[in-house]
Design a protein around this ligand. Structure first.
Ligand code: 3IX
Length: 193
């Protein structure tokens, strides 16, 4: 099989501009939901991905691989690495476009093994927008922003109405959020198209 990836984005797109209200470079976001496996502060063995606004549409993210994240002995599980990219790219779309969106498609190239104890440095950017479809991609490097390239990912996010979450979320979890809105750690998240 060829290692040459197909053209990206796969359709004609418009430039995805950073929303005027997107936080300035250097802003740390913190978790968006206490129980999010990717970033939540109440998920003991979650990824606890840390994210920060970069220049343009970039987001910088980091996560340290723990013993709880193993697939093979001493190595990170690929699915959890993909999860880190899903999270980092979700933050890229959510924070830089300031629109609610969900992952429609995520592809990941695993270029080098990621040992337990490593810190993955991820940079995600927006690649274009076509109607409700938002294309974004990211690279992950080992232990330093300019460390060895370990992963690449490309994703399609689809912009949705906030009703998506209310209609599809489990009732008891939505109730818990209604009773304790601070579970949504970024309650100031507003939608200005
Ligand atoms: C009260 C609660 C509020 C909660 C909100 C809270 C906070 C937000 C705050 C901060 C955000 C910050 C961070 C977020 C961080 C990380 C989040 C991680 C993201 C996720 O982890 S999220 C979970 C996984 N994700 C899903 O759970 C999606 C399941 N899925 C669906 O819900 C539907 O499937 C949907 C909505 C995707 C589309 O459905 P739909 O009916 O709306 O639209 P449709 O099908 O027409 O697709 C429209 C156009 O996308 C094309 N398209 C769609 N899918 C494609 C694919 N796979 N490949 C190629 N093209 C595709 C179509 O071909 C069409 O293209 P065209 O327009 O050209 O025809």
């Amino acid at each position: 099989m060829s290692r040459v990836p197909p053209p990206w984005p796969p359709v004609e797109v418009e430039t995805a501009h950073r929303h005027p209200d997107a936080p300035p470079p250097g802003t740390k976001f913190g978790p968006h939901y206490a129980h999010c496996f990717g970033c939540g502060d109440e998920v003991e063995h979650g990824l606890h991905l840390q994210t920060e606004a970069g220049e343009g549409t970039a987001i910088h993210a980091q996560f340290t691989v723990t013993e709880a994240h193993q697939g093979a002995p001493g190595l990170a599980h690929g699915g959890l690495l993909a999860c880190a990219f899903d999270e980092a790219l979700g933050v890229t779309v959510g924070q830089q476009l300031r629109r609610p969106a969900v992952t429609g498609r995520l592809e990941t190239d695993f270029l080098a093994p990621v040992p337990v104890g490593s810190t993955l440095h991820i940079v995600g950017t927006l690649d274009g927008i076509a109607g409700r479809k938002v294309y974004a991609s990211a690279e992950g490097r080992l232990d330093a922003p300019d460390g060895p390239l370990a992963l690449r990912a490309r994703a399609l996010f689809v912009i949705v109405d906030f009703r998506h979450f209310v209609e599809h979320g489990r009732a008891e979890d939505l109730r818990a959020v209604a009773e304790n809105p601070s579970l949504l750690r970024q309650s100031r998240f507003d939608i200005n198209p």
